[in-house]
Design a protein around this ligand. Sequence first.
Ligand code: NDP
Length: 258
Amino acid sequence: MGIMEKMRLDGKASFVTGGARGIGRQIAVALAEAGSDVALVDIDIAEAKKTAREIAEQTGVKTIAIQTDVTKPEEVNSMMETIVQTFGKLDAAFCNAGICMNIPCEEMTLEQWRKVIDINLTGVFLTAQAAAKQMLQQGYGSIVNTASMSGHIVNVPQPQCSYNASKAGVIQLTKSMAVEFARRGVRVNSISPGYMGTELTLNSPSLKPLIEQWNAMAPMGRMGRPEELQSIAVYLAGDTSSFTTGADFVIDGAFTCF
Ligand code: NDP
C-alpha cells in the first residue's frame, strides 16, 4: 500500500469540538474527505447540524451533530456516550473549541479570566479526558488539541493574557497526557496555528482592526486559511503518525521564528 492510501481514514470515527465553523469545520471536512465518520460537537447546535449535513452530502461519510458545552462534564460524558452508541468506537478526537478575550490584564475580572480558562483549558482537559477513557479501553486512538502560537509567544498589540496562558496550558497538558498514555496505544498531540482567518479573528470587533498590523509583522505577509491545517489533522488522526506523540505543530507561516 502506498503512503497516500495509508493516510486514508476509511472506517474510522472522529469528533471535532467547535466543529460547526472555522478551524474545527475545516478539520471535520478533511477527516470526512479522508473517509472518517465525524461527530460535529459544538455549543451552537443549529450551525453544527448544518455543517454535519453539508459534510455528509459532500463526502458520503456518516456525520452527527451533538450539542455540547465543553466546560460541562455531564454534557461531555453524554457526548461520548452518543459517539460510542453511533459509531461503536472513537479513533480520533479533536479538542478544538476555544474563545479569545482582549482585555488589559489589570482590568480583567475573575469571571472573565475564568471564562477563557474554562473553555480553552478545562474544556480541552474534559473532552480529551473523555476521549482518552474510551481510547484506553480500546487500546488505540489519537487525540489532537488545538493550542495556538499564543502558547509560545505573547501576541501584540492586543492584550490577551488569559488566552495566552490557556494555550500554554494546552501545550503542556498535551505533553503530559502523551507521556501517561504512551505505552497504552493512545497518542496526544497539539496544533498551534498562527493567525487564521475565521469568525474569531475576522468578525471580532477588537481583533479585526489589527489584521493589517499582524500581516505587516508576518514573514509571509498574510494570515493563514483554516484549510491550511487540514493535512496535519489528517496525518495526526491516522496510522502513519504512529510514532508522533507529545508533539506540538506550530503552523504559523514562520510568525514565531523571530
Ligand atoms: P471560531 O470562533 O470560528 O469557532 C469556534 C467554535 O467553538 C464556535 O462554533 C463556537 O460556538 C464554539 N464554542 C465556543 N465555546 C464553546 C463551548 N463552551 N463548547 C463547545 N463549543 C464552543 O474559532 P476558530 O475556528 O478561529 O478557533 C478554533 C480554535 O483554534 C480555538 O481553540 C482557537 O483558540 C484556536 N486558534 C485560532 C486562531 C485564529 O486565528 N482563528 C489561531 C490559533 C488558535 P459559538 O459561536 O456559539 O461561540
